[in-house]
Write a protein that binds this ligand. Structure first.
Ligand code: NPW
Ligand code: ADP
Ligand code: K
Length: 493
């Protein structure tokens, strides 16, 4: 699992490391790493390094210091480096002296357009982890004129380091070179960060437990249930799906199909769309009524069941079964409007709630706001449930405080019925006995892998997502070296 640390934790760790490291050494490591990646970026983009033009946008703190020192290193490789100082009196003194000594040019903001226009790469050293709020007007004005690709130092300026939120002008980077450890912005603002590389400055031993997590493909491969020699259809966990209606069977078909593909065990369906579900997925044991659904090890409930009394009774019945439940869509609305349905739940049985922003507002009385990690944590506490907050980046919080983030590849999942597919994946993993937080995080990640594979550069559909689940799982298992098959190159956009 990849760890992610808030800026407060990064600062604490830096403080400890500073105390045992020679003065300036950390910035030297950071800026040397930055210079190396800048040279690589120049070579890849322009076919060379010497003679290329780099413009540094330099703010008033150590982020600008990193940029200035990297500029000095690039001078050794005969790069033409020009620094634009936003606040000359506050620019990092030693970095500035080093750049000057190495033959770098220093210009005022007023004189900068001619240099920015001719740059092969612009380096954003405006602000780093001490950044607050949107880019200030002088920096915003500068950025407006940049046509060259931008490499961000540590993080794209104007994007909140801890929430990834933007509220005004910000930098959109092609590459972000960060130091020490990933910060929340890198997981929560992929569109502003571009590609991300991490330079090791020796911080990791000082960091302790991460604040946020991201599952890696090897984690998925380790935790995804695969049948063993002693398994049969029941031992792997049977998932029940209560979704859809006679008039709107789509949600039932999508959630059930997703569950069929997610694990090898068995899927039951209970509800008014039984005939349609059976017709589309003959392997599903389908019945019209929740009361004669048969035994399952986890339930998926909600998509398309409606928010009236019938839906309410279905949800109440399911919450009383003493098995893990993934409650989505209409089920979250019912819980928000009739919180007493939760009385049917044994508090020790896992519950996963999967709201989008609108459903979150119903559950919590306010929109998630800029700090989506806090929003998900608050809801998880309030409902003693794992809360998966949907959006471009999905945040998964457990009531014990654990948080995972899923950073998608593109926005292909923004298609009708996509949430129904996600809920089927999570339900299957719950039935297989996974920890509910891991089940939700793993479901979200395979969902977005399926999205990228299904789309392959062009829009897809929820049915396309269902069809792509086996490919996504194959990618996961192959990447983990399970079958020795060559890894598939995953499309990004
Ligand atoms: N510590 C370490 O071990 C290492 C740290 N390293 C590097 O240091 C960076 C952190 O440096 P830092 O703390 O000096 O502050 P930094 O982010 O450059 O901000 C400077 C000033 O900018 C201003 N400002 C604020 N918001 C703004 C906005 N929206 N738009 C415009 N300006 C804004 C505000 O100053 P003000 O103008 O308010 O006086 C603020 O104080 C870190 O990201 C990494 O790159 C690496 O070298 C590795 C080792
Ligand atoms: N812009 C986006 N980029 C990436 N993923 C998105 C985006 N918009 C929505 N999603 C994902 O698509 C799914 C939509 O679910 P939901 O809102 O329940 O839709 P539906 O009700 O149509 O099934 C969620 O998993 C969400 O995280
Ligand atoms: K920056």
């Amino acid at each position: 699992m990849q760890g992610i640390w808030t800026t407060e934790r990064i600062r604490e760790a830096e403080g400890k490391l500073f105390a045992v490291t020679p003065d300036g050494e950390l910035m030297r490591r950071a800026s040397f790493g930055l210079a190396t990646h800048l040279a690589g970026f120049l070579a890849e983009r322009t076919g060379g390094v010497a003679g290329r033009r780099v413009v540094l946008l330099v703010g008033s703190g150590d982020n600008g210091g990193d940029a200035l020192w990297a500029g000095a290193f690039l001078r050794r490789r005969s790069v033409a480096v020009t620094a634009v100082l936003l606040k000359p009196e506050k620019a990092h003194a030693r970095g500035l002296a080093a750049l000057r000594k190495a033959g770098g040019r220093v210009v005022s903001v007023e004189d900068s357009p001619q240099w920015i226009d001719k740059a092969d790469v612009v380096v954003d050293g405006i602000v780093g982890i001490s950044g607050k709020g949107p880019l200030r007007p002088d920096a915003a004005e500068l950025i407006k004129h940049v046509r060259a690709p931008i490499v961000a130092v540590d993080l794209p300026s104007g994007v909140d380091p801890d929430t990834g939120a933007v509220d005004g002008p910000y930098v959109t980077a092609t590459l972000t070179v960060t130091f020490g450890a990933p910060k929340p912005v890198h997981a929560l603002a992929p569109q502003q960060c571009g590609d991300i590389v991490l330079v090791d400055i020796g911080l990791r031993p000082e960091l302790g437990e991460p604040d946020l997590h991201r599952l890696e493909l090897t984690d998925l491969a380790d935790l995804w249930p695969i049948p063993g020699a002693g398994d049969d259809k029941y031992t792997q966990g049977v998932v029940g799906i209560a979704a859809g209606s006679a008039t709107y069977p789509g949600a039932a078909v999508l959630a059930s199909g997703s569950a069929v593909h997610a694990t090898a065990g068995m899927v039951r369906y209970a509800g008014p769309a039984a005939d349609v579900v059976r017709g589309r997925w003959p392997e599903i044991v389908a019945t019209g009524s929740i009361t004669d659904a048969g035994r399952v090890q986890a339930w998926v409930v909600g998509p398309g069941i409606g928010t009236g009394s019938e839906g309410r009774e279905v949800l109440r019945h399911i919450l009383g079964q003493g098995v893990p439940v993934c409650a989505d869509a209409d089920a979250t609305t019912i819980i928000a409007q009739h919180p007493d349905v939760l009385d049917a739940r044994d508090p020790d049985t896992p519950l996963v709630l999967t709201p989008h922003a609108g459903e979150y507002e119903r559950l919590m009385g306010a929109r998630p706001g800029a700090d989506r990690v806090k929003a998900a944590r608050d809801a998880a506490k309030k409902y003693s449930a794992v809360v998966l907050l949907k959006g471009h980046c999905t945040v998964i919080a457990a009531p014990d405080g654990r948080v995972a983030v899923n950073t998608p590849r593109g926005s292909w999942l923004a298609t009708a019925g996509s949430g129904d597919v996600l809920t089927g994946l999570i339900g299957s993993l719950l039935a297989a006995g996974l920890d509910p937080w891991l089940a939700a995080a793993a479901g979200a990640q395979v969902h977005s892998l399926a999205g990228a594979l299904a789309a392959d550069g062009v829009p897809t559909s929820a049915s396309g997502l269902v069809d792509a689940i086996p490919g996504a799982l194959k990618l996961v298992r192959d990447t983990a070296g399970d079958s020795g098959v060559e890894v598939i190159e995953l499309p990004v956009n």
